[in-house]
Design a protein around this ligand. Structure first.
Ligand code: SIN
Length: 303
């Protein structure tokens, strides 16, 4: 039988499939569909200190093989999420990752420290890459210096492994990745969504109030796979690949270019059991290709 375990160095997941932030609610919403413990881990929707209404509607717009979102990190605030996490953890042992957000660096540090103190939380993911909060998609992950300063400050205040989520909209994602790992990130996850634009021709207006929005889904997979490969060529911490993964083969493609695990996102919207399906497809593909464990192919792209 194929061994699907995914070694992140600081922790081994039972398999490499992680439900991505913002596409899996707070886990509870998916309990009616399957046993969440079949996944490697789940990431909670991004959280700030206080409740946030997010951006005005519309927030979603379908594109060919893709989805633009401008949610604006709506959420119930940290105290409410702590309650949700306690409830969820009582129902499933699946490792829980908290996606930490902040309007400024102080808030990132404060929210990270708060969730670092929860036994029910396995790891933190620092969301420095949401394109839907500041004008023009600006975010800390566009700047290596800012990323470095923020990661250092967060690391000083937490005692859980820290994943730093990177943006494909940075001019130099490899430089930002190096800054994050040198500052103490335990792992990198990439990529968040690609900055895109949809317009309403009749109204002569952008579809979204924030003008730009984040593109995800199968349309972005080749773009994301390239960026993940480039980061993996330089990274000395584990990389979690994200972008358009909709099948077991897609997931194995990311492992082949060097990822240690993957996050699956948009697929959860149109196939609520999609993440669980991807786990079984990875196993079937590994058996078909006679791959005993993921280290046999991790980073083994011959190019
Ligand atoms: C959003 O809430 O706007 C999307 C989350 C993200 O891109 O990090």
């Amino acid at each position: 039988m194929a061994d699907l375990s995914a070694d992140l160095g600081f922790r081994t997941l039972k398999n490499p499939v992680i439900a991505a932030s913002g596409t899996f609610g707070y886990g509870e919403e998916f309990l009616p569909f399957y046993d969440l413990d079949v996944l490697g881990a789940i990431v909670m929707k991004g959280i700030f200190r206080e409740e946030r209404p997010g951006n005005p509607p519309p927030r979603l717009h379908e594109t060919p093989a893709g989805l633009l979102n401008s949610i604006g990190l709506a959420g119930p605030g940290s105290a409410a999420l702590q309650e949700i996490i306690r409830r969820l953890h009582a129902r499933t042992p699946v490792p829980i990752i908290v996606n930490v957000c902040g309007g400024d660096d102080d808030e990132f540090v404060e929210v990270a420290a708060l969730f670092s103190g929860m036994d029910e939380v396995a790891m933190l993911e620092l969301n420095i890459s949401c394109p839907n909060v500041k004008k023009g998609g600006a975010c800390p992950a566009q700047d290596a210096g800012h990323t470095s300063r923020l990661v250092k400050r967060v690391k000083e205040r937490i005692r859980k492994p820290l994943i730093v989520k990177l943006s494909p909209n940075a001019a130099d994602i490899v430089g930002v990745a190096q800054a994050a790992q040198d500052a103490g990130a335990d792992a990198l996850s990439l990529v968040n969504t690609f900055l895109g634009l949809a317009v309403d021709l009749e109204a002569r207006r952008p579809v979204f109030a924030n003008v730009y929005a984040g593109l995800s889904g199968p349309a972005v997979k080749p773009l994301a796979l390239r960026l993940v490969r480039e980061v993996c060529l330089k990274a000395y911490v584990p990389v979690i690949g994200i972008g358009g993964i909709a099948s077991g083969r897609d997931a194995l493609d990311y492992i082949l270019v060097g990822a240690s695990a993957v996050q699956v996102g948009t697929v959860n919207f149109y196939d609520p059991a999609g993440a669980a399906r991807i786990v079984t497809e990875i196993e079937a593909e590994m058996e078909r290709l006679k791959i005993r464990d993921l280290s046999e192919i991790r980073g083994k792209l011959q190019a």
